[in-house]
Write a new protein. Structure first.
Ligand code: ADP
Length: 485
């Protein structure tokens, strides 16, 4: 088949270890499929545990020289990586659409978002700084130095195949760490293309490695190898708990970006057009397959029916299809299990009395396509509000007063993102203070950018990514007590 990329060398189908491409997997090989068509795009190796240990050893060897460079020197390498990602944005976007399924326009947006972390953390590399304190004893100084954590592991999900890697690799490299990345089995190609561009940018051999293989087989090496000092994970809470337990045996530093169950509160005093646009963005981007996707939409009684009608109209007009087709805004879901879960949530809700305002079934195109859906008259006992649907379904729940809405919003073990629409400043402050969440969008459904700290509270995770805080996850403090200074 014709290569879908302008630069065929970006279609890498081998693991990247110690500056070399490793085409042979000691545990076999695995196909990468296009969720829109079911076609096999490429085959990548399945590395064995021993091969992954080799990647960790390479990172360990590369670490001393990389951490010895100045922040400015590392910043220059990251800047070149940023420039190359930007120059090759179209090819990267095509790879994302091919292996993940999101519409090409969204994939382009993801590449820009992914690149922004490389740019940002390259700049931050120059601003890592310690402190000097006055000690209790006059003869003494208290110095606090910042040092890289060491060899880090990133385990990333399929839903944002580029951004979830750069959000971890860029701060790690900026801080002077070396990293082994394990992308999701569904989306290794974007990760490997990023590694190719990092190599072209001058990231030294061993500083950034990409390993591919069966998670259950190689995961224990990544989380258990004593040379690894940190594990940064983005994925489900279920897997996060397993990795936390595994990392505990050698007391590793961890960052965890886990699941969400984001509530949306639309108050009677909201700008309704703005709320409809915002919920469309917060729910249907990537067909609802994001950890910050709106999962439960609470709408106050006074505007409930109007909101439902307007949202339903917009959702019914959404074009579903292969992400490469023009004007498509909803691609396929990632796999059969994802479609089955969405179907089950809709069936459960309608069985318990929910009303379909738009969609509600598998799409007539078949395959992994599901109709973008709006459900009204949803209640708190339905699966669609209790679990993360991770699909294109908006459940609308009616509420009467603010306290009730806040109580319902907080009634979950998760606390990643929340959204609210109101034009009453006093209410915004009150509700913002009361919501148990790591991130809150006020009158907006688009909250992610490189300047903002991304992360959750409760069982949504540990740590923050992006922002001036994100680099701290890859730095340790060293305290020096200097007598006679
Ligand atoms: P999702 O539901 O988005 O697929 P997962 O939490 O299942 O999220 O997967 C996120 C990442 O974690 C992927 O890279 C996946 O391969 C990896 N993963 C899943 N199970 C394990 C495991 N037991 N050990 C290590 N990594 C795992």
């Amino acid at each position: 088949a014709r290569c879908p990329l302008d630069d065929a060398a970006l279609l890498r189908t081998a693991a990247y270890i110690d500056g070399a491409w490793v085409a042979h997997g000691d545990s076999g090989a695995a196909p990468v499929t296009n969720p829109a068509t079911g076609a096999t795009i490429a085959t990548v190796p399945r590395l064995s545990r021993v091969q992954v240990a080799g990647a960790i050893a390479a990172a360990e060897r590369a670490l001393p020289a990389w951490r010895a460079r100045s922040g400015k020197q590392r910043a220059m390498v990251l800047r070149r990586w940023f420039d190359l990602v930007t120059e090759n944005a179209e090819d990267l976007a095509r790879l994302i659409t091919l292996e993940e399924g999101k519409p090409l326009a969204e994939a382009r947006g993801e590449v820009a978002y992914a690149a922004s972390f490389i740019e940002w953390f390259g700049e931050e590399a120059k601003r890592v700084r310690g402190d000097v304190f006055d000690a209790p004893e006059p003869s003494r100084r208290v110095l606090v130095l910042k040092e890289p954590v060491g060899v880090c592991v990133a385990i990333t999900p399929w839903n944002f195949p580029a951004a979830m890697i750069t959000r971890k690799a860029a701060p790690a490299l900026a801080a002077g760490c070396a990293m082994v990345v394990k992308p999701a089995e569904q989306t290794p190609l974007t990760a490997l293309a990023l590694a190719e561009l990092a190599a072209r940018a001058g990231v030294p051999a061993g500083v950034l490695n990409v390993v591919v293989g069966r998670a259950r087989e190689i995961g224990p090496e990544l989380t258990g190898n004593p040379a690894v000092r940190k594990v940064s994970f983005t994925g489900s809470t279920e897997v996060g708990r397993v990795l936390l337990t595994q990392a505990a045996a050698t007391v590793k530093n961890v960052s965890m970006e886990l699941g969400g169950n984001a509530p949306v509160l639309v108050f009677d005093d909201a700008d309704l057009a703005c709320a409809v646009d915002g919920v469309l963005a917060a729910k249907y981007r990537n067909s609802g397959q994001a950890c910050v996707s709106a999962n439960r939409v609470y709408v106050q009684s006074g505007v409930y029916e109007r909101f439902a009608a307007r949202l339903g109209e917009r959702v019914a007009a959404m074009r579903v299809g292969d992400g490469f087709e023009p004007d498509v805004v909803q691609g396929p879901l990632i796999d059969d299990a994802a479609v089955a879960k969405v179907e089950e949530h809709v069936r459960d809700a309608t069985g318990l009395g929910a009303r379909i305002v738009a969609g509600g079934a598998r799409h007539e195109r078949g395959g992994l396509f599901f109709e973008p859906t709006v459900l009204a008259d949803v209640t708190s006992e339905m699966l669609v509000t209790r679990e993360e649907t991770f699909g294109p379904v908006t459940p609308l729940i009616r509420f009467d007063d603010e306290a009730e809405a806040v109580r319902l919003a907080n009634a979950t073990e998760f606390g990643l993102a929340a959204y609210l629409w109101s034009r009453d400043a006093a209410r915004v402050w009150r509700v913002a203070g009361a919501l148990e969440t790591g991130m809150l969008g006020v009158n907006t459904g688009a909250i992610s950018n490189e300047v903002a700290p991304f992360g959750g509270v409760k069982q949504s995770g540990v740590g923050r990514e992006g922002s001036v805080y994100g680099i701290e996850e890859y730095l340790e403090l060293k305290y020096v007590a200097w007598e006679g200074a």
